[in-house]
Design a protein around this ligand. Structure first.
Ligand SMILES: [Fe+2]
Length: 189
C-alpha cells in the first residue's frame, strides 16, 4: 500500500474542518472590534463579550448567546466599519451562512427590538444610552412592526436587546472569548 503521504500529514496535523475555519473567522472578526468605539463607555469588543455574558447569566440557549456576541459585528472594520449605515443587516449577512437563519435574525433584530421597546414600554427610551438614542432617529424611531411582533423568535430578540443594553458597563466582566469561540465551532454549518 502506498502511504507516502502519512508522514507529511503527521507533520502538519489534520486538515482544518469547516467548523475550525468558522471558529477562526469568528475570532478574527471579534478581535477586530477591539478599539472600535460606538458607545461612550466600552469598545465594541467589551460590548460583545458583555452581551454574551449577560445572555449566559440569563440562561439563554447557545444560539442566542452567540447572536448576542455577534450582534454588532457590522461595526467591524472587516465588515461595514464603525459608521456603517446598516450594521444589523451586515451582521446578518455574515452570520447566516456560518451559523444559520436564527442566529443571523436574532443578531440583526436588535434594532427592530429597540424600536419596538421604545414604542411599547414606558420608561424604556429614557434607559437607553446616549448613542442608542441618537441612532434611534437614524433607524426610523419608535415603531411596532407587525412582522417583527409576529415573528417566531420575537421574544428572543427582546431578550437579546436587554443583554445589548446591559453590555455598556466599563466595570462589567465579559464572557471568556474561548467560550464564545467554542460555541461558534459547535454551531458552525
Ligand atoms: Fe449593541
Amino acid at each position: 500500500m502506498n502511504n507516502w503521504y502519512r508522514p507529511i500529514w503527521g507533520m502538519v496535523g489534520a486538515m482544518p474542518t469547516r467548523a475550525d475555519e468558522i471558529r477562526a473567522e469568528t475570532a478574527t472578526v471579534l478581535a477586530s472590534l477591539r478599539g472600535i468605539w460606538d458607545e461612550e463607555a466600552v469598545d465594541e469588543w467589551d460590548h460583545a463579550m458583555q452581551a454574551a455574558a449577560r445572555a449566559i447569566d440569563d440562561g439563554a440557549d447557545d444560539e442566542l448567546v452567540l447572536a448576542s456576541a455577534l450582534h454588532d459585528i457590522g461595526h467591524s472594520p472587516l465588515l461595514g466599519g464603525p459608521h456603517a449605515p446598516d450594521h444589523s443587516g451586515l451582521a446578518a449577512r455574515w452570520i447566516v451562512p456560518r451559523f444559520g437563519a436564527r442566529v443571523g435574525w436574532l443578531a440583526a433584530a436588535h434594532v427592530a427590538a429597540k424600536r419596538y421597546l421604545v414604542a411599547t414600554e414606558p420608561g424604556y427610551a429614557v434607559s437607553l444610552s446616549e448613542t442608542s438614542v441618537t441612532s434611534l432617529a437614524d433607524q426610523g424611531g419608535a415603531d411596532v412592526d407587525p412582522e417583527f411582533v409576529a415573528h417566531l423568535w420575537h421574544r428572543d430578540a427582546l431578550r437579546l436587546r436587554r443583554y445589548d443594553d446591559a453590555a455598556k458597563d466599563p466595570e462589567a466582566v465579559g464572557a471568556p472569548i474561548g467560550y464564545v469561540l467554542d460555541l461558534a465551532h459547535r454551531l458552525a454549518r
